[in-house]
Design a binder for this molecule. Structure first.
Ligand code: 1PX
Length: 215
């Protein structure tokens, strides 16, 4: 019965989390940003064990940010804007090379931010894909166009292998648990603009502060 049935995970909820990220004055809430990533990791893990090396790194970075958020200076970590300002004002960021602050909130979030661009590109490809499109190709194209530029050869190689074993489009859509292909397309059309917006606001903030290459 519906009562005992375990609530199934839906990618819709995950992507909706990114809608909660923006405050009234276009600041980005770290809490919801991190929650969005948590959901994505959960989704990725449900695709199989091969993806755990990817999710481990994401989980690690999520945890670093959660620790700041729950730490004694947590009030400065409420939004990405306040985090960046606080860390820069207090010299808590390694700007040139990794030194005494190798795991600043700013450099950690930058890694997820770069991955968010991959997600945006991948979801857009999924949205416009046809029945015979290959998820592995869409995923690899999105990766090569974005995140790969920040990864050394070994990581690119390993990522390429992970894409290779991605389930096909039908299974992928099924695991998303949103409904039929038409529903998926609608949901993505709804979610992608929000993700793009969060991405662009973060990108502009990092560009203005010269932080796009943080080590
Ligand atoms: C409907 C689609 C939903 C799909 C959700 C999938 C979520 C993907 C989560 C990927 C998170 C990757 C975070 C990577 C951060 C990163 O770039 N880290 C590297 C640099 O960090 P560092 O601290 O050393 O400066 C780090 O070296 C990364 C290592 C792990 C390998 C990253 C490969 C990224 C491939 C992204 C594509 C994921 C494909 C999943 C298919 C669903």
């Amino acid at each position: 019965s519906a009562v005992i049935e375990e609530q199934k995970f839906s990618l819709q909820e995950v992507l909706d989390t990114f809608k909660l990220c923006l405050s009234e004055n276009q600041d980005v809430y770290v809490e919801h940003y991190v929650a969005g990533w948590r959901g994505l990791v959960k989704f990725m893990n449900s695709l199989g064990n091969v993806f755990t090396f990817i999710s481990k790194d994401a989980v690690n970075k999520i945890q670093i940010l959660v620790n700041f958020l729950n730490g004694e200076n947590g009030s400065h970590y409420v939004t990405i804007q306040s985090m960046v300002k606080y860390e820069l004002d207090n010299q808590l960021v390694d700007l040139e090379k990794r030194g005494s602050h190798p795991e600043s909130g700013s450099r950690t979030l930058l890694r997820l931010h770069r991955a968010l661009r991959w997600l945006e590109l991948f979801l857009e490809r999924l949205r416009t894909s046809t029945e015979d499109s290959k998820t592995s190709v869409m995923c690899a194209d999105a990766y090569n166009e974005s995140l790969s530029q920040h990864h050394p050869w070994v990581i690119r190689k390993a990522a390429g292998m992970a894409f290779y074993v991605l389930p096909g489009r039908p299974t992928f859509f099924e695991v998303m648990n949103v409904g039929g292909a038409e529903k998926v397309v609608d949901m993505l059309g709804d979610a992608i603009p929000m993700i793009s917006k969060v991405y662009q606001i973060t990108e502009d903030l990092y560009a203005q502060n010269n932080l796009l290459e943080l080590p």
